[in-house]
Design a binder for this molecule. Structure first.
Ligand SMILES: [Zn+2]
Ligand SMILES: [Zn+2]
Length: 535
């Protein structure tokens, strides 16, 4: 917030107080307490205005009200799809206004980020905004990434193609629904599964802390965390093959006490418990990346950037191999081994769940338990665990997190999309950060045909939420009308936080009254509408 020294002392002293009250009021109303100020230029009128966007709409680390709201939306979404008894109607999909708006907005943010980078400014905040928007774009029902594929997909030699593991395979039926059973009472039961998958042991642990930190395999733990989402993808592929239908799931990635990610998965339909265990045991993922066992550049002795060329060897002046060249080399090498092979551990928990039972509800609460916190935050850590976390982060420091990671320079390779200013050990990607502990993927994984209905509702909800905060309720949006710019921290045009929060609360109240009016009107015209909603 702006804190003006020119204000009289008494007034300055009052400011924190006003701020605390405003925070309380905002929380009570479920209003975002860490709004992101953005400048919106209206290209029709030429006027610009500072608008607060809820942090939950742009970033992953969200404030408590945004986190709570997200969690509630997720629980509703999970409940809706788990025991579906009809195929969800998936209608693809002219891009709607919201999707166009998001993509436009993202394009603006990307331009802004690139400009900041050119100017040598810190892009951390903007990167976070972009990552959040990418999630948002996917949530809005668009598949893939806005930027698309920038290069053609590499075809790896067949020798290295990952085989389907040796598993039973049923004929594919064109359905997303599981089997049902009829009880002796004639009632139809719709069983589903709740599965928990865990990574292997890296050494003995007590209370989430390695008994012997010296022998605990931090390097493997770090790599497993980095590639965990790929392993989950493989599991789903194998699951569908074995099950013989288009299995749908709602899953969350959460931290164990020992700081390894694990997966809770609500699966629609059922398979024998033994088969799930068999699938988990047979699932693996190979990471075909260049080797990193030899440190080539270290400390002050680092590759040198040359404009128009790339990174050079500081001793010979020769250009280092690019990412693609390094992969070609790997392909050509008959004896090459994958950099890493990741598998699940032996601990596989499979639980049958019937629709509408307290059991099902409990699982849903369990699934979303940690969603309001980041992986590294979810633990009430004592000294020993903080030290464990610090060692984990250390192990992640020089581990390449992706093809674009600055750490590739340490191993004599130019990262994909190399640019000036990259330093090994200083990759900005969130995988290296203590809050993420190697897992930078999504926390909630929902298959496409989970629950069409709630997804629509969910979208509507998110959209309403964002629009509401933007003061655009009810107006159809022309995606080309507004140009968005971030507002630099400390901008004198941004009012103090307390003022902004109270303003949003007032808007929210106005909007609620408006919605109540609309609802009352709709009910008086169509009394059956209420019954439908209550059901
Ligand atoms: Zn927020
Ligand atoms: Zn990295």
């Amino acid at each position: 917030m702006t804190y003006d020294r020119a204000l009289p002392r008494a007034e300055r002293l009052r400011m924190p107080w006003a701020r605390d009250v405003a925070l309380e009021v905002a929380k009570q109303h479920g209003v975002c307490i860490r709004p992101v100020a953005l400048k919106r230029l209206d290209t029709t009128t030429g006027q610009s205005e500072i608008i607060d966007v809820p942090c939950g709409a742009t970033m992953e680390a969200v404030c408590p009200p945004c986190a709570k709201r997200n969690r509630q939306l997720r629980m509703a979404q999970c409940r809706e799809g788990w025991h579906l008894d009809h195929e969800p109607a998936i209608t693809p999909d002219e891009p709607n206004d919201e999707q166009r708006w998001l993509v436009e907005f993202r394009a603006d943010m990307q331009a802004r980020r690139d400009a900041a980078e050119q100017a040598g400014d810190d892009t951390t905040d903007l990167d976070a905004v972009l990552a959040g928007l990418d999630d948002e774009i996917n949530t809005a029902g668009m598949r893939g990434h806005v930027l698309g594929r920038t290069t053609g997909k590499r075809t790896r030699s067949t020798r290295r193609r990952q085989d389907a593991p040796d598993l039973p395979r049923r004929k594919m039926a064109n359905t997303t629904l599981g089997r049902t059973f009829t009880g002796s009472d004639g009632k139809i039961y719709r069983p589903s599964l709740f599965v928990t998958l865990t990574l292997p042991s890296y050494g003995k642990v007590r209370d989430g802390v390695p008994v012997n930190p010296g022998t605990y395999d931090y390097a493997r733990a770090a790599r497993d965390a980095l590639h965990f989402s790929k392993l989950v993808d493989r599991f789903v592929q194998n699951l569908r093959r074995v099950a013989g239908y288009d299995v749908q799931y709602f899953a969350t990635v959460e931290p164990q006490k020992r700081l390894a990610p694990h997966l809770h998965m609500a699966i629609r339909g059922t398979l024998p418990r033994a088969e799930i265990k068999q699938i988990a045991a047979a699932t693996y993922h190979q990471v075909w990346w260049p080797p990193v066992d030899q440190v080539v550049f270290d400390g002050e002795h680092l590759p040198v950037w040359q404009d128009g060329a790339g990174y050079l060897d500081p001793d010979t002046g020769e250009l280092l191999p690019t990412w693609d060249e390094a992969l070609d080399q790997l392909d050509a090498d008959e004896d090459a081994e994958p950099l890493h092979v990741i598998r699940f551990g032996d601990q596989v928990d499979v639980k049958g769940v019937l629709s509408g039972t307290p059991d099902a509800d409990q699982c849903i609460r369990y699934l979303s338990k940690y969603l309001t916190k980041s992986l590294g935050q979810s633990l009430d850590s004592g000294q020993a665990q903080r030290e464990h976390a610090a060692r984990f982060v250390d192990a992640l420091r020089y581990e390449p997190c992706s093809p674009t990671c600055a750490n590739w320079l340490r191993y004599g390779i130019q990262p994909k999309g190399a640019k000036a200013g990259m330093t090994p050990g200083r990759c900005r990607s969130k995988a290296h950060k203590p809050e993420h502990l190697g897992y930078a993927g999504r926390r909630v994984l929902v298959s496409r045909k989970w629950s069409n209905k709630t997804l629509a509702e969910h979208k509507q909800d998110r959209r309403t939420w964002v629009l509401e905060a933007l003061g655009q309720t009810g107006e159809p949006i022309d995606p080309h009308r507004y140009v968005w710019r971030p507002v630099p921290a400390g901008d004198a045009n941004v009012p103090p936080l307390a003022v902004r929060l109270l303003r949003t609360v007032a808007e929210r109240q106005r909007w609620r009254a408006h919605m109540a009016q609309l609802e009352a009107r709709a009910q008086s015209q169509d009394p059956s509408a209420t019954e439908g909603r209550a059901a």
